[in-house]
Design a protein around this ligand. Structure first.
Ligand SMILES: O=C(O)[C@H](O)[C@@H](O)[C@H](O)[C@H](O)COP(=O)(O)O
Length: 238
């Protein structure tokens, strides 16, 4: 069901009664998009978010038999912690997505130990520039504060993070609400993706999303929808 907002922030709303049904449907869409990308350009580039929401989706996607050896997986954002940390998105992806058929995919992390997160983001940008941009698929999450990726409302460089004309690939983020220093793909790299999905679950996030689509303080998720080159596909279950 497509819903157009008055000022053009377009999105398609896909609601599911059960979270497992959402996981299977989103996994099917992502697998199909990656298969098309491989057919068209010989490779597929996928960026996924971390947090507590995506585990069921990762498990569903990992079992779908596509040409995973031609897929590169990277992260939408990362906490600046070692991969062995329970807070690591790289660790979450390794344990839940890069399993089964998807174990054959190439994974490119965002975080590596460095003197500072600024040094890491510079290294990342050099390392990630060699990937076959633009993204074919990006799967975003969202917090109830309207953040997505690591575009936290209290980030010290939010304007730079949300600059749709940025040439940057990865940017450092310092935000009190983030819990620890972060690294994030720039909004510019996210919104140029061939398929932009937003995966949210629960009533609180549905209300937060509806609020962000209305008038009032512009939340980061709204900046993504406004800048996206095609309607964002929102997948929601209670
Ligand atoms: O590193 C992260 O935390 C994510 O990339 C972040 O953007 C996440 O998608 C939201 O914070 C929602 O997180 P939950 O799924 O835990 O609610």
């Amino acid at each position: 069901m497509a819903r157009e907002q008055l000022n053009g922030a377009a999105y398609n709303w896909h609601a599911f009664a059960e979270r497992q049904d959402l996981a299977a449907a989103l996994a099917g869409h992502v697998a199909g998009r990656l298969t098309n990308a491989i057919a068209e350009r010989g490779t597929g580039l996928l960026a996924v978010s971390g947090g507590t929401t995506p585990a069921k989706f990762f498990a569903s996607l990992s079992s779908i038999p596509i040409a995973w050896n031609k897929v590169t997986v990277t992260l939408v954002d990362e906490r600046c912690v070692p991969a062995a940390s329970a807070r690591s998105n790289a660790g979450l992806v390794a344990a839940n997505l890069l399993q089964n058929a998807a174990a054959a995919a190439r994974f490119v992390p965002l975080y590596q130990e460095a003197a500072s997160i600024e040094d890491t983001s510079e290294t990342d940008s050099r390392m990630l520039r060699s990937l076959p941009w633009p993204l074919d698929v990006v799967v975003l999450g969202m917090g109830t504060d309207g953040h997505t990726a690591s575009f936290f409302p209290d980030a010290d460089n939010l304007e730079k993070l949300l600059d749709a004309s940025s040439e940057m690939v990865v940017l450092p983020v310092n935000a009190t609400s983030a819990g620890e220093p972060r690294l994030t793909l720039s909004l510019a790299r996210i919104v140029e993706a061939g398929f932009v999905a937003l995966h949210i679950e629960g009533e609180d996030k549905r209300k937060a999303f509806e609020s962000a689509m209305g008038a009032g303080t512009r939340k980061p998720i709204r900046a993504v929808l406004d800048a996206a080159e095609r309607p964002v596909e929102v997948f929601w279950a209670p």
